[in-house]
Design a protein around this ligand. Structure first.
Ligand SMILES: [Fe+2]
Ligand SMILES: [Fe+2]
Length: 263
């Protein structure tokens, strides 16, 4: 089996490490505009979505595995959380793959990105990585999954709803163990807040590069308040996240409306 590795090119190498290994079936792109972004009503939209999710689960699994291997001195409780997360993400990956194939798709059918892995590769401390991966990326993933679960139920897609239900419970656990760990560390030494802030700022700049050109124009759903509270965010944190999400969605709606007027 030949093995390819995505190399930095279009993205700032100070913000992105090397990609994870992928075999020859995969066509790895660096930025969102280079993916196949079907409109909602396209017949292949769902297959592409299942394929994209399958790959994202792989990246999150690889991130948890890498942190487990690199931070061997971390507390037992957080290492246990990382180990459990590896198993959970592997299961999510297989669930998406199974459904993708059952519905006529195949691995490698669409291009993918490995930005989550590459962004974390430039964060050299566990607190920063958990803040970005678990507390930010996965929290947004939680909002998306809660919304998608409702959509799948409404459309009578029981197989997809089943995947989301199982995934939602796991993702809440992933965010929760990271929140617990970060809170403990902050209580012991408030200065680690600097590490967290630096990691979040770096990741936000990297994210902007990946999704430039419309990748962040999602306004269909807001914050899953109940899920986030269960995942260990405080009421104030959830409130702030909800407000920021509302403001962002309003900006997107305004931009989209302006775009439509100009057509
Ligand atoms: Fe997952
Ligand atoms: Fe997760």
């Amino acid at each position: 089996m030949s093995v390819s590795e995505s190399k930095p090119g279009k993205l700032d190498p100070r913000l992105f490490g090397d990609g994870p290994k992928r075999d020859e079936r995969f066509d790895v792109r660096e930025v969102w505009v280079d993916l196949v972004n079907f409109p909602d009503d396209h017949p292949q939209k769902q297959l592409e979505f299942l394929h994209r999710q399958m790959n994202e689960e792989a990246c999150v699994m690889e991130n948890a595995a890498r942190s487990l291997a690199e931070f061997t001195d971390a507390d037992w409780s957080v290492r246990k959380g990382l180990a459990r997360q590896c198993a959970d993400e592997a299961r999510h990956l297989m669930n998406y793959r199974r459904l993708l194939e059952r519905r006529g798709g195949h691995v490698g059918q669409f291009p993918v990105m490995t930005f989550q892995y590459r962004i974390l590769g430039r964060i050299d401390n566990l607190l920063g990585r958990l803040s970005v991966q678990n507390r930010s990326f996965e929290a947004v993933g939680l909002d998306a999954t809660a919304h998608a679960l409702q959509e799948a139920r409404d459309s009578g897609d029981a197989a997809l709803a089943g995947i989301y239900e199982a995934q939602l419970a796991d993702e809440i656990g992933h965010i929760r163990y990271a929140n617990d760990y970060i809170r403990r560390k902050l209580a012991a030494s408030p200065r680690v807040g600097m590490q967290i802030a630096a990691a979040l700022d770096q990741a936000a700049r990297a994210f902007e590069q990946v999704f430039a050109g419309g990748g962040e124009d999602v306004e269909k759903y807001g914050v899953d308040v109940e899920g986030r509270l269960e995942a260990g965010f405080s009421a104030v944190e959830v409130d702030v996240a909800a407000r920021m999400s509302e403001e962002r969605r309003a900006r997107v709606r305004e931009r989209l409306a302006r775009g439509n007027l100009h057509q």
